[in-house]
Design a protein around this ligand. Sequence first.
Ligand code: SF4
Ligand code: SF4
Ligand code: FES
Length: 314
Amino acid sequence: MTAVMLGTIRRMVTLTLDGVEVRVPEGSTILDALRAQGTDTPTLCWAPNLTPVNACRVCMVEVTGSRVLVPSCARAVEDGMEVHTDSEKVQHSRKMVLELLASSVDLSQTDPDVHRWMTKYGVDATRYGPPAPPAAEGERDTRHPGHHHAPDGSTAETVAQPVKEDNDLYVRDYGRCIMCYKCVKACGTDAQYTFAISAAGRGFDTRIATEYNTELPDSACVYCGNCIGVCPTGALKSVAEHELREAGKWDEENETVTTTICSFCGVGCNLELHVQHNTIVNVTSPSDHSVTHGHLCIKGRFGFQHVQNLPPSE
Ligand code: SF4
Ligand code: SF4
Ligand code: FES
């Protein structure tokens, strides 16, 4: 007898999205429904392969009957729900969130979608004054002095974190970190279970750090690079990408992506080779791949030098 695998049968839920009636499986989030409907919804801390953490609040929508806006990435759909994504309240909220982030963090290396949303919502971070540097971590870096806005409106001199280049594989540039917690989730219970990084400090000084703020080679990190794979702002990036950007040679517009299978072991992980000027610059895996769910190990992520014996192109 041939066994036939049946998927779980899920009840359908009916709701309206901007006045249009839709039916989605029970347990879907509002964001799932919006994406299925093709409604462009900004997200920063959400990823298809991570548990929602509700950190960034850029995906907020209005739900009739709800006193406050709700995060579409985490809120499950309900029968009869009326969702509004383009009301004045929603537009104002998204603009404010993006402005506050852009006024405190360098967003220049985020996904192009973020720049599109900033234009769409009319973001003007300059109305918050000069950019505040991200959380310092004790030692003062006088190369990037700045002013930190205290809750009482006064400003105090503070300092930015320098780019951390303490290993051969990837850099940590926390001047670009928006504290979305994606890297922590990817290093922890959502993928790697290594727990090498976590949130440290309190209030304005909250930041992502290794245990006791040690350098990466002295931490529990196993260099899987899964944190890099989910970071939305370029705070975490491969040394190869960092060096090309520093040299003004990063050429994302002319990058090609080729999907292949990792040859290191028999698991069969799909790899996406990101190639610029005939040189592999990054390796990722599709988040919908049933083997990896977008996550890799050190070999798949960084072990590609043997397929290219050419020095990086000039
Ligand atoms: S490279 Fe892997 S182990 Fe190291 S901090 Fe990132 S997710 Fe954790
Ligand atoms: S380093 Fe990147 S992934 Fe981690 S919290 Fe900051 S922005 Fe998010
Ligand atoms: S994407 Fe929903 S709270 Fe960040």
